[in-house]
Write a protein that binds this ligand. Structure first.
Ligand SMILES: O=C(O)C(=O)C[C@@H](O)[C@H](O)[C@H](O)COP(=O)(O)O
Ligand code: ZN
Length: 359
């Protein structure tokens, strides 16, 4: 079975993303990634049921505290962050402690934010268990919690020291979660690699069938794309904003639904189509490419429309609090067609609203 490794070259903060089967059972490698006396392992109840035991065994009971959170984006709150910090304090974690995130994006973002802030930053290891976390949220060091007012509004950049993406765990991933991860995978093709997009079109069935070689290649190509962007622009001064394609719209949907509606990847899928539609209307992207984007999104079983009942004006209000905005003006990642995206400022509210109203 193929093992892949992708390096994120950030000088003293460089790390490897290991991708392949059996990594959760590689006790030696996991233990080596957390060398200090204290380890806080953060996971959620769904993941714990399937995957907690081997990871706990790798770190050994003596130095391990485990925190099992309820699952779901609604848990990515300041209150849960406070709980994690309380656990670190209670266990007497010193600066050589490690926080390990075993789970999807919510667990990774929360645990990472605790690691970023405890004693101004301690070691952090990502063990992603969803496709979305493997291809996106475990890589690049964005950590955060949500506020009722907006998604990921409180957070920090804090790179992991290692990422272990065990592809065996994808066997038990619900189909809806698999599709949500595929949304972030196809994003890389849409914004930067038309050849990868075409590869995804050709391998759609294989990916949905979880064919191991195809899945591992999709993860490795996604991580390689993201690693390249992160190395060039770690703290999103420029190019990294392109990874936010579909997210201004998507985050607005998630916020308006109180983080209990669409999954993040599903909201991003709808958001990419809205951004593509706006781009086509502004004459920036060929309508034919938008059609191909929608076909792949739908082919992966992802939603293609804004969920019914969401008010366009409320969505636009949420978009105003997006982190890419400057001096009160919207900055959107728009599309130039397959493989090309750019940040655009000064799009008229009316044009954005029209796209939101059309759904
Ligand atoms: O890593 C990035 O940069 C991204 O934008 C990747 C996104 O897919 C991811 O959802 C990220 O957490 C969004 O960050 P935010 O800055 O828009 O909150
Ligand atoms: Zn995302």
């Amino acid at each position: 079975m193929t093992q892949h490794s992708v390096d994120v070259a950030l000088g003293a903060r460089s790390y490897s993303i290991r991708i392949g089967p059996g990594l959760l059972r590689d006790a030696e490698a996991l233990a080596a990634a957390a060398p200090g006396r204290h380890v806080l392992l953060v996971t959620d109840a769904n993941v714990a049921r399937h995957h907690l035991a081997p990871v706990q065994a790798a770190f050994g009971e003596r130095r391990l505290e485990t925190c099992v959170l309820p699952p779901g984006e609604q848990e990515k709150t300041l209150a849960r962050f406070g709980e994690l910090i309380g656990r670190l304090a209670d266990m007497g974690a010193s600066r050589d402690a490690t926080v390990v995130a075993l789970g999807g994006g919510v667990v990774g973002d929360l645990a990472g934010f605790a690691a970023a802030t405890w004693m101004r930053g301690i070691r952090f290891v990502q063990v992603p268990t969803t496709l979305l976390a493997m291809v996106d949220s475990s890589v690049g060091g964005k950590t955060a919690v949500d506020l009722p007012q907006g998604k990921n509004l409180v957070g920090a950049f804090h790179q992991p020291a290692a990422v272990f993406a065990d592809t065996d765990v994808l066997a038990t991933l619900p189909a809806r979660e698999l599709a949500a991860g595929l949304a972030e995978v196809l994003k890389y093709g849409a914004i930067g690699d038309a050849g990868f997009f075409a590869w995804l079109e050709r391998h759609m069935e294989a990916l949905l069938a979880r064919e191991p070689t195809a899945v591992a290649e999709a993860i490795a190509r996604s991580c390689a794309h993201k690693a390249g962007v992160v190395v060039r622009d770690e703290t999103e001064q420029g190019e990294r904003a392109l990874l936010n394609f579909g997210h201004t719209f998507g985050h607005a949907i998630e916020t308006e639904q109180g983080y209990g509606g669409l999954l993040h990847g599903e909201a991003v899928a709808v958001g990419m189509l809205l951004a593509a539609e706006l781009s086509a209307r502004l004459g920036l992207a060929p309508a034919a490419d938008r059609t191909r984007l929608e076909a792949l999104v739908a082919g992966f079983g992802l939603p293609v429309r804004i969920p019914p009942g969401l008010d366009p004006d409320a969505l636009l209000r949420h978009m105003r609090l997006d982190k890419k905005n400057r001096s009160g003006a919207l900055r959107l990642v728009l599309w130039r067609g397959l493989g090309r995206a750019e940040v655009v400022e000064g799009v008229e509210d009316a044009a954005v609203r029209a796209v939101l109203a059309a759904g």
